[in-house]
Design a protein around this ligand. Structure first.
Ligand code: PFF
Length: 458
């Protein structure tokens, strides 16, 4: 008989991960994606490097880790879609059903994030074809710029790749959490790691390594503004898939006897290592080629091809790299719509396939706002920049940290000590006290302080 039934715990309607490793792989698959390899280097480059990186690491440890543990524990305790889970637990813990709105905000954030994420993943798919056809072999900076410009200037080319990526995502989500996903991640994450090490080898010999590493790790705190701190916080949430209940949705499928503490730490360490590795690859190439670190979202697409174009076997490695990057984006995208799909299946009693299709079409349409931000609407700037920049800023820097704040307050203040201690089941009481201290005080205070600081009140 199933362990959960023995324990009398709730069961998720959507199935369960086959093992602890399966959950780690799925959560790592969600965390590791464009956020590590595309977003981290370009945001770090726009924010001045070293000091940003240190603040980002601080956010990961003091806020990201306790929030991740909170999401998993809430998800596993509720065993339903995030909206229902938060509503039910809110009531159960003597507060209100309105906590369900936090899950609802997560669903909305997932729609918005995937709308641009899919477009960027489309760049990666397009680069598979470019690499395979030898477009980067021996290419100089101008040639790489021409390839990138040719892609991003074209609504139809961007649109086609975005469409393909959305179809791939919907197909996997429609088939359920275990089939495909578990198997894909098992091969993908290690393969991506190996390839990053190959690139690291190139970066070390590129002539720009000392400068690149110094840029990444030597902090200049005089450059730090409220905006930089907010960016670092937003990046921490984005890269760990936190604040929008994606990890909560995955937590609902976690077997009862799995340790939430050690699985969360594993995911955080894997994700952070991959981001730092990506930074260590990109910046040396940037400096060795006399490029600017702050050139924005195109950064890796304008720098990595130079490295591939210059190395032996570069055509093969480039193709493989963009295939793996596309896979990494795919396993992240799947987790972004899981909250919405699980919610629709439970709420309207529709099939996963139907729910995934409806969600997919809405996000696909929204994605054209990002597609056009790089060409016909590139002049339409306000607030944080283009429409794409604004969707990114609103979700990463505002909705995710706000969602994270509410989630950690829920776990630390609304849920009883009994419930959380029980669910976390950490090895020693000291560890539980540490988590609770982070969840009740450190994370909420830090989150509020960063918000106030960013709007100039603190
Ligand atoms: N963590 C993913 C990445 O770094 O690419 C992006 C992401 C996935 C954000 C899932 C949010 C989310 F819910």
């Amino acid at each position: 008989m199933n362990q959960d039934a023995v324990k009398g715990a709730r069961q998720s309607l959507h199935g369960q991960w086959s093992s602890r490793l399966a959950f780690i792989l799925a959560a790592t698959g969600s965390a590791v994606g464009l956020g590590n390899i595309w977003r981290f280097p370009y945001v770090a480059g726009e924010s001045g490097g070293g000091a940003f990186v240190i603040i980002y690491l601080g956010c990961i440890l003091l806020i990201g880790l306790p929030v991740m543990m909170s999401e998993v524990l809430i998800g596993r305790r509720g065993r339903r879609n995030p909206v229902r889970t938060m509503a039910v637990l809110g009531e159960e813990e003597g507060s209100t059903r309105f906590w369900g709105l936090v899950g609802g905000m997560g669903v909305v954030a997932g729609f918005l994030i995937l709308s641009f994420y899919s477009v960027i993943a489309g760049w990666s798919l397009a680069y598979v074809v470019e690499s395979a056809s030898g477009a980067f072999t021996g290419a100089d900076s101008a040639a790489v710029q021409a390839v990138f410009g040719g892609l991003t200037d074209s609504v139809s080319r961007l649109g086609i790749w975005h469409t393909l990526f959305m179809v791939l995502t919907v197909v996997v989500v429609a088939r359920g959490v275990q089939k495909g996903l578990e198997r894909a991640v098992r091969v993908l994450v290690p393969a991506l790691l190996v390839l990053l090490f190959v690139l690291l080898g190139y970066a070390i010999t590129s002539g720009g390594f000392a400068e690149g590493a110094a840029y990444l790790f030597r902090p200049d705190f005089s450059e730090v503004t409220g905006g930089v701190v907010l960016m670092a916080l937003g990046q921490a949430f984005f890269t760990l898939s936190l604040g929008m209940a994606a990890i909560m949705a995955y937590g609902a499928y976690l077997p009862e006897d799995t340790s939430i503490g050690s699985t969360s730490i594993t995911v955080v360490v894997a994700d952070t290592s991959i981001a730092l590795l990506a930074g260590l690859v990109i910046f040396p190439i940037v400096f060795a080629n006399g490029l600017a670190p702050d050139q924005g979202p195109g950064l890796i697409f304008l720098t990595l091809p130079l490295a591939f174009g210059d190395m032996a076997g570069g055509q093969f490695f480039a193709t493989l790299f963009f295939v793996l990057l596309s896979f990494a984006a795919w396993t992240s995208a799947i987790s972004m719509i899981e909250p919405a799909v699980a919610w629709m299946v439970e709420r309207f009693d529709v099939t996963r396939a139907a729910a995934a299709s409806v969600v997919g079409v809405i996000i696909w349409l929204l994605g054209f706002l990002t597609v056009m931000s790089f060409n016909v609407l590139s002049g339409a700037t306000f607030g944080a920049g283009t429409i794409f920049d604004n969707i990114d800023h609103l979700t990463s820097n505002i909705m995710l940290p706000l969602g994270g704040l509410l989630i950690v307050v829920f776990a630390g203040w609304v849920m009883s000590e009994n419930s959380t201690a029980n669910e976390l089941d950490l090895a020693t009481p000291a560890r539980y006290r540490l988590w609770r201290f982070l969840a009740r005080y450190v994370a909420p205070v830090a989150l509020v302080a960063v918000f106030l600081n960013a709007i100039g009140l603190f």
